[in-house]
Design a protein around this ligand. Structure first.
Ligand code: SAH
Ligand code: SF4
Ligand code: F3S
Length: 458
């Protein structure tokens, strides 16, 4: 057996894509001879996988680096060295600036260079002043990362199928931090999905910044859409559930909408950001759709799958947004009734067109609007959760709950469901009856534990 090179600790900020990337980085480091550890104090290599989407998210990195500086010092006094790496979207956006602002950092590595982590690590220590790798390589990183490990996975897994974004919404840093839109070939995705399923995964969420703009190589020179990819994946027998996120309203094709009414494995949940309800603001955001187009889309999706749970992202206080324009956002929310949502105060991000616009709004205006909006969204979420009480639904049990004897799983509508049951049920699809609902989760009684077998036999 080769001796381990050391222990690594990865802390993840930001979106699901970073969660996925952290998992892949962990696997690449295992391949390079590292083992994982649970605390930064015990780690020889600490990686912060960072998010640049809003100012608050980006600033978190520096407070975290302050803490790591102390840990590095304490370890040094015991004769242990610590390598500190900043990965992810802040790494891509700020590059060398990170080394200048936080000299404790040894390595800055952008989201497209994770396959080179092992190499980069072997260079740290021998080069002065920190190492930076934030190129957008011609060659795609997925080809070079080791295959997904077969060690057992949680029952639900993420799988990135599309990365980057060409939409350039005026408020958003993603096109700059993740680069141009890229879709992975169908075969590569199917192989990864099969490996995940072999290691115990029953539910896969396909990820992309614009996942429904997916157009990957189908193998014979033709491209495949997200709907076509989902159809192929649904054929994997032991794979029981499919989800995808995040979708752009402009890329919601008829084929994909139809699939929601046809494919049992495709869960009745859709995250469909609308950002703002005023057409003037939507145009200034460069969202390339109007309020009515969004509402009409919602109608078509609900016609295809009446019980679908809709979720969204909303920004309040975009430059120049008036009270009347904000009221249009509230109207859309009242009209659609969302099962879940994420809402944010506009944050001016360096280098984006919206940051340079006149009429930036005061913080208090943004805060008041956000509070008003979130009160409405919270009521809608509670109402949706309450509407599930008394229903029998299938839950994929994912992990033990906080209380002894309690399990936590997900409903088809992505709600967290708590039920008392034996740990052996983790990883299984079971039938429960919902007995009560809170703002963020459901309580249930287990009705039938043999659903997995029924599905397998069908
Ligand atoms: N690709 C997705 C969104 C990715 S970013 C889409 O197009 O819908 C996730 C969410 O963060 C966005 O939907 C938006 O609501 C929010 N967001 C992005 N940039 C922001 C900014 N500068 N200020 C506030 N919220 C922002
Ligand atoms: Fe950002 Fe717009 Fe692209 Fe979404 S579609 S990642 S909000 S630029
Ligand atoms: Fe944040 Fe980058 Fe995701 S900026 S939201 S981690 S794509």
């Amino acid at each position: 057996m080769t001796r381990a090179k050391g222990k690594h600790f990865i802390k993840t900020f930001g979106c699901q894509m970073n969660v996925y990337d952290s998992e892949r980085m962990g696997e690449a480091l295992t391949e390079a001879g590292y083992v994982s550890t649970d605390t930064p104090e015990s780690a020889d290599l600490v990686i912060l996988n960072t998010c640049h989407i809003r100012e608050k998210a980006a600033e978190k990195v520096y407070s975290e680096l302050g803490r790591l500086k102390q840990i590095k010092k304490a370890r040094q006094s015991q004769g242990q060295s610590t390598t500190i790496a900043v990965a992810g979207c802040v790494a891509q956006a700020e590059g060398r600036e990170i080394l200048l602002r936080a000299p404790v950092v040894d390595l800055v590595v952008g989201p497209q260079s994770y396959h080179r982590l092992g190499d980069l690590m072997s260079r740290t220590g021998s080069e002065q002043g920190g190492i930076i790798d934030i190129d957008f390589p011609e060659d795609d990183k997925f080809k070079h990362l080791p295959a997904r490990s077969k060690v057992s996975h949680a029952p639900s897994a993420f799988l990135t199928v599309q990365e980057g974004c060409d939409k350039f919404c005026t408020f958003c840093v993603v096109p700059y931090t993740r680069g141009v839109e890229y879709s992975r070939p169908v075969r590569e995705i199917v192989e990864e999905a099969e490996r995940l399923v072999q290691s115990g995964v029953s539910e896969i969420t396909l990820l992309g910044q614009n996942v429904n703009a997916y157009h990957g190589d189908g193998g014979c020179g033709e491209t495949r859409s997200l709907a076509q990819l989902l159809r192929v994946l649904a054929k994997i027998p032991e794979l029981q559930r499919l989800r995808y996120t995040t979708s752009h309203p402009r890329d919601m094709s008829e084929d994909l909408i139809t699939l929601h009414g046809e494919e049992e494995k495709l869960m009745p949940y859709l995250h469909l950001p609308f950002q703002a309800g005023s057409d003037r603001i939507l145009a200034a955001m460069n969202r390339k759709h109007t309020r009515d187009e969004y509402l009409e889309l919602v109608q078509r999706i609900r016609a295809a799958r009446p019980d679908i749970a809709l979720s969204t992202d909303i920004i309040v206080g975009f430059p120049g947004e008036t009270d009347e324009e904000f009221a249009r956002t509230l109207e859309v929310v009242q009209h659609v009734e969302f099962a879940q949502s994420y809402s944010f105060k506009f944050s001016a991000r360096p280098g984006t067109p919206a940051a340079a616009m006149d009429d930036q709004l005061p913080e208090e205006v943004k805060s008041t609007r956000l509070q008003e909006l979130q009160a409405v969204l919270k009521k809608q979420q509670e109402a949706f959760n309450l509407s599930c009480v008394g229903k029998s639904i299938r839950v994929l049990m994912e992990r033990p709950g906080r209380r002894e004897g309690q399990l936590v799983g997900r409903s088809p509508y992505l709600q967290a469901v708590h039920a008392d049951g034996d740990k052996s049920l983790i990883g299984r699809m079971i039938e429960v009856e919902i007995i009560s609902a809170g703002p963020n989760s459901l309580e249930a009684d287990i009705v039938n534990t043999s659903i997995s077998d029924v599905i397998a036999a069908e």
